[in-house]
Ligand binder design. Structure first.
Ligand code: KG4
Ligand code: ZN
Length: 357
């Protein structure tokens, strides 16, 4: 079965082909350079860029794989959550294409796809704990099966990636800042007392990173030279110790906080031996090490897609579509895009019945 996946939920226009669960090929146009000028994603610009790239990228993908569009069995698209204007570009293209080539149509939950993408590279069994740490979300899920994700924790304000990006922006680092802070942190020495571990004195599984951002702002006032060093940064290795150590301390505070709540979730679910973690922040060097260690102590496994599949990509959409199509689920063309902040409805149809919630 040949599945096309389309991803336009934020600032990457991406398409991928998955055949029988294996990634065949993918194409991606990143808009990071354009949004970097503004220090964050500008929704109107993002939609326009998706419109500009989606057609040529589709042509490139099918041509270089010698595929006739009529050979595509399933056209799938990230339906949300995301920027509505951006999602609409992908959804409209996918609906038209599925009609044109007479393929089945599937709208995929972008957040679930991030976690299920682990299956492209590694086998895992469910139930599992899912930790999604991206630019827009920090969620914990009890994943019963591919169509039953129970959200058990969420961020109350900034997402983990957003915390990296906002603190990076205060420093004057180019957007997106997570990868740069990670590289600086690896080269530095963390002071575990420089930043708080926010929102741990409770018994829930939610996150709140806004206090960490405020703490970073006040540390920056104490050390104004940090901004000067960050703005003239050439490479992580050449950065002065004060900047590397600041980033190491901030990185440690975020990772400690994410780990504390993940551990709490694992303790509440002793039946779980697999942790799936994904999203842009899942490529963080320290977080990967700490998650592996956490699950090793539990005699389980911490599995994550490789870094290229952790950030937004279309392979995760095509692969998740393949999982659903194998179970004979699909969408009608009534399916709608879902903006950020709204729940993605459970409205697939399959085998002539609505699937169970
Ligand atoms: O999953 P993603 O591509 O976007 C969303 O769907 O939101 O994640 C992007 C986020 C950005 O906030 C970026 O700064 C962060 O992931 N990020 C990282 C790292 N690589 C990307 N954060 C920390 N460490 C990294 N190595
Ligand atoms: Zn994402």
């Amino acid at each position: 079965m040949l599945c096309l996946g389309i991803e336009t939920s934020c600032d990457e226009t991406a398409l991928a082909l998955v055949r029988d669960g294996n990634l065949l090929d993918s194409v991606l146009a990143s808009q990071a350079d354009i949004h970097a000028i503004f220090g964050g994603v500008v929704p109107e610009l993002a939609s326009r860029e998706h419109c500009r790239y989606i057609g040529p990228l589709f042509d490139e993908l099918v041509q270089r794989n010698g595929i006739m569009p009529m050979q595509i069995d399933v056209v799938s698209v990230a339906r949300g959550p995301g920027l509505l204007g951006s999602l609409l570009v992908g959804v409209a293209f996918a609906k038209a294409l599925s009609l044109g080539v007479n393929a089945r149509f599937l709208g995929i939950n972008h957040l679930h796809a991030h976690l299920l993408a682990t299956g492209l590279e590694q086998n895992f069994s469910l139930p599992a704990l899912g930790l999604l740490v991206s630019g827009g979300h920090t969620h914990l899920y009890y994943i019963q099966d591919i169509n039953n994700f129970i959200q058990i924790g969420k961020t109350l304000d900034d997402a983990a990636g957003e915390a990296f990006d906002k603190v990076g922006k205060m420093l004057g680092l180019p957007y997106p800042c997570g990868r740069i802070i990670d590289a600086l942190a690896v080269a530095g020495t963390a002071d575990p007392h420089l930043f708080p571990r926010p929102y741990l004195h409770n018994d829930n599984l939610d996150f709140s990173f806004s206090g960490l951002k405020t703490a970073a702002l006040s540390r920056l006032r104490d050390y104004p030279e940090l901004r000067k060093h960050a703005r003239s940064l050439k490479s992580a290795g050449e950065a002065p110790d004060i900047l590397k150590n600041f980033c190491a301390s901030f990185n440690l505070a975020v990772v400690d906080t994410v780990c504390a709540k993940t551990q709490r979730a694992l303790e509440a679910h002793p039946d779980i031996h697999t942790l799936l973690f994904a999203g842009g922040v899942a490529s963080n060097t320290m977080l990967r090490g700490r998650m592996t260690e956490l699950m090793r102590r539990r005699r389980g496994g911490a599995l994550s897609p490789s870094p290229a599949l952790c950030t937004d990509n279309a392979a995760m959409i095509a692969y998740t579509a393949w999982l659903f199509a194998e179970e004979n689920f699909y969408h009608t063309l009534r399916m709608e895009a879902i903006p950020r902040g709204k729940p993605v409805p459970d409205d697939m149809v399959g085998n002539g019945r609505r699937r169970a919630a």
